[in-house]
Write a protein that binds this ligand. Structure first.
Ligand code: FMN
Length: 196
């Protein structure tokens, strides 16, 4: 039976978790990247469509390839981060639905409907990206999501000849707490939510 997580776990996942812009010189192993994926993959998506796709940019050559697509201050952050993940979505995600959603002919809902393919791909890969951020934090890593880059350029550099499209990127590693600025406020419940 499910139980509320411990205070420590809530602090690690939410209350004390920051978006890190500076990184310790500490590698993230391929095994850890697999662990992050193997947790996040269980997060829900529409019709279990799993449209999210991922590229972990880890090698010096792949990092170099990514740099021209980045905006301003993100260049130095990504140079310093041990890994940057490109969260993308596959416009042909429906090809896997026979395996992923076997109890219905879900593929037929999408084929020939580019607007639904796009909205489903974008919405659900955004969710999957968020699951990845929390999975990484649950394993003791730090992240910083980023939209300050040229999506078309990333698609050209990494996804040419495929049906994958970039959504957002995030840096991943062990953050340098000494370099954090004070945390900014969040909207209070009454400013952002209603119970009706
Ligand atoms: C979708 C998205 C895009 C972001 N883009 C950038 C970015 O391009 N560069 C950057 O340094 N931080 C970026 N951030 C980080 C935010 O500024 C940061 O998460 C926010 O200020 C909250 O900071 P905190 O988590 O430390 O409280 C982005 C965050 C999100 C969720």
């Amino acid at each position: 039976m499910s139980q509320p997580l411990s205070k420590n776990a809530l602090e690690q996942l939410f209350l004390n978790a920051r978006s890190h812009h500076a990184w310790k010189n500490q590698d993230v192993s391929e095994e850890t990247l697999h662990q992050i994926y193997d947790l996040a993959k269980w997060g829900p998506t529409a019709a279990n469509s799993n449209p999210g796709r991922l590229v972990f940019v880890k090698s010096a050559a792949a990092k170099e390839k990514l740099l021209p697509a980045l905006m301003g201050g993100n260049v130095d952050q990504i140079k310093a981060a041990p890994v940057t993940a490109i969260v993308a979505y596959d416009l042909e995600f429906y090809d896997h639905l026979a395996k992923l959603f076997p109890h219905a002919d879900a593929k037929s809902w999408y084929v020939g409907n580019p607007a639904l393919i796009e909205s489903t791909g974008f919405r659900n890969s955004s969710l999957q990206g968020a699951y990845l951020l929390l999975a990484a934090r649950s394993l003791g890593l730090d992240v910083c999501p980023m939209s300050g880059f040229d999506n078309a350029k990333v698609d050209e550099l990494f996804f040419q000849g495929t049906k994958w499209k970039s959504n957002f990127i995030f840096t991943l590693g062990y953050g340098d707490e000494q370099k954090l600025h004070p945390r900014a406020a969040r909207l209070e419940f009454a400013e952002a939510a209603k119970i009706v």
